[in-house]
Ligand binder design. Structure first.
Ligand code: ADP
Ligand code: MG
Length: 254
């Protein structure tokens, strides 16, 4: 068993402290959901773990199997087995999904080692079958003119191919139509395994009707104010965020 460990993390953007003393441990085999109102810092947390610039970690740390992730470049984090699904994925006109995924797989190999085309396609088709994705899908350009559901399908296929040990999925607060939601749910449920830890960030409880998390955390104003099991998500759905918001303080300046 391995773990992604967030310890007393504080993150600032400019003068504002966005993540405020947040601690959370995700083990392989577990699915953790983070819920919370808009602006509570959920996406900031995801981006800091993945290694986006612009964010200043003022204290605390993020460890993956005991190694300090924050000292690694984003590509090194990915190589160690971290995957972040983008909230707003980019279109790459002229590059097919098949070639894009192949380039991604190639870039993970040690220098000078060539990806075998037959091995690659065997794996690609295996993952597509697992996820119920049609063979014609991978000849389309990455995200170009894709529906919400197709973007999610592309993202989930990337995740399947990269076989991460920890995946962070930051789901849009709006715009996840029912098709997209089912793609994400089917993908995560199919890829769920003792070798994968998932951190699923979502605004709405609805997604958690399809992906049953092992743990649910509520994030308000930069910190986790409550943790529980799937029942907590139902309780939130019923009572709304105001019920829990009272537990948080005003944003601090740093
Ligand atoms: P959530 O994903 O929970 O809705 P975010 O992490 O996107 O929250 O945002 C948390 C707070 O940080 C918000 O007040 C937002 O305006 C601010 N914020 C996020 N990213 C930036 C940025 N790049 N520059 C300035 N402020 C930002
Ligand atoms: Mg967000």
């Amino acid at each position: 068993m391995q773990q992604l460990e967030i310890n007393n993390l504080r993150v600032a953007i400019g003068e504002s402290e966005i993540v405020r003393d947040l601690s959370l441990t995700v083990r392989t085999g577990e699915v953790h959901a983070i819920m919370g109102p808009n602006g509570s810092g959920k996406s900031t947390l995801a981006k800091v773990i993945a290694g986006y610039p612009d964010y200043r970690v003022t204290s605390g740390g993020v460890l993956m199997d005991g190694e300090n992730l924050l000292e690694l470049r984003p590509d090194e984090r990915a190589r160690r087995g971290l995957f972040l699904a983008f909230q707003y994925p980019s279109e790459i006109p002229g590059v097919t999904i098949a070639n894009f995924l192949r380039a991604a797989a190639q870039s993970r190999l040690p220098e000078g080692e060539e990806l075998e085309a037959t091995d690659y396609y065997a794996k690609l088709y295996e993952k597509m079958d697992l996820l119920d994705i049609d063979r014609s899908f991978t000849s389309r350009s990455v995200n170009e003119g894709f529906s919400g559901g197709e973007k999610k399908r592309c993202e989930i296929l990337q995740m399947a191919m990269l076989e991460p040990r920890f995946a962070i999925l930051d789901e849009t607060d709006s715009g996840l139509d029912i098709d997209a939601l089912k793609v994400v749910a089917h993908g995560v449920n199919s890829l769920r395994s003792p070798n994968l830890g998932v951190l699923l960030i979502t605004h709405y409880q609805r997604l958690l009707n399809y992906i049953i998390p092992d743990f649910v955390h509520v994030m308000v104003q930069g910190r986790i104010v409550r943790s529980g099991d799937k029942e907590l998500a139902l309780e939130l759905e019923e009572k709304g965020y105001d019920w829990i918001r009272d537990h948080a303080e005003e944003p601090a300046l740093v």
